[in-house]
Write a protein that binds this ligand. Structure first.
Ligand code: ATP
Ligand code: MG
Length: 239
């Protein structure tokens, strides 16, 4: 079963003569453990697509199914989207958005506490996750004391905290140099392979998509066909 399916999802901003179709009807399906890159020039609709999939900015039309739940069907469904998102979708943004007065560990733990995990258990699991992302040694540091790459790995830890089926990353490497960016992408790859999350990562940078299973191009709001990349991850080809 696909983790995410979207059918004819489109987004129009404005009305009448001023209407802009930022996303033309787009369809795709992504399997557990599949690592997907979304490429396209500035203004082509990449962020619009991620925001639509996560219903942070619901689309104008279309159907969105995540983990078997229909979240949107030409309009809202009965699902409590905010609660669903907290449990099932993790986000990584271009800017890390970490809370400046909480340590790395506390930033990750907070996401667990929001979902009802006790403080003690949340702190323990947060430290485990930071270890998994190879930054446990920076657990007590405030975000301002971390390098850009470290901040982004903490942000990935936060996105992973609730073991979401789907991780959406919008240009997670844009603020990083190539080496740090590659490391962040390697972490996303590890998450898809080992934790079987579906991952969609937006990037401008072709060098960042090494080892990805599937590549989509967006051009002026039009989503191209999936390009399956050879032998990256055989499991992803058969949902
Ligand atoms: N809330 C909005 N209201 C009106 N127009 C919008 C809105 N959000 C995006 N747009 C327009 O939709 C188009 C696609 O924007 P989007 O942010 O999805 O592009 P992008 O591919 O993410 O670009 P970038 O690489 O610069 O982040 C652009 O023309 C943008 O100006
Ligand atoms: Mg964008």
């Amino acid at each position: 079963m696909a983790v995410v399916e979207i059918h004819a999802v489109s987004q129009t901003f404005g009305e009448g003569e001023l209407a802009v179709q930022a996303l033309k009807p787009a369809s795709l399906a992504i399997a557990a453990g599949e690592l997907v890159a979304l490429l396209g020039p500035s203004g082509s609709g990449k962020s619009t697509l991620l925001l639509a999939i996560s219903l942070i900015q619901p689309p104008t039309r279309g159907r969105i199914v995540i983990a078997g739940q229909t979240l949107y069907d030409d309009g809202p469904t009965a699902i409590d989207v905010r609660a669903f998102r907290r449990r099932h979708i993790g986000f990584v943004f271009q800017q890390h958005n970490l809370i400046p007065f909480l340590t790395a560990q506390e930033n990750v733990a907070l996401m667990l506490q929001i979902n009802g995990v006790s403080r003690r258990e949340a702190r323990r699991r947060a430290l485990d996750l930071l270890g998994y992302l190879e930054i446990a040694h920076r657990a007590d540091a405030l975000p301002a004391r971390l390098s850009g790459g470290e901040q982004q790995r903490v942000a990935i830890g936060r996105a992973l905290a609730n073991e979401p089926a789907l991780i959406l990353a919008d240009e997670p490497t844009a603020a990083l140099d190539t080496e740090r960016g590659s490391k962040v992408m390697a972490m996303l790859r590890k998450i898809a392979r080992e934790r079987r999350s579906a991952v969609i990562a937006v990037t401008h940078d072709h060098r960042m998509i090494e080892g990805f299973d599937t590549v989509y191009h967006l051009d002026d709001g039009r989503l191209g066909q999936a390009e399956r990349r050879a032998a990256a991850n055989p499991a992803a080809a058969s949902p």
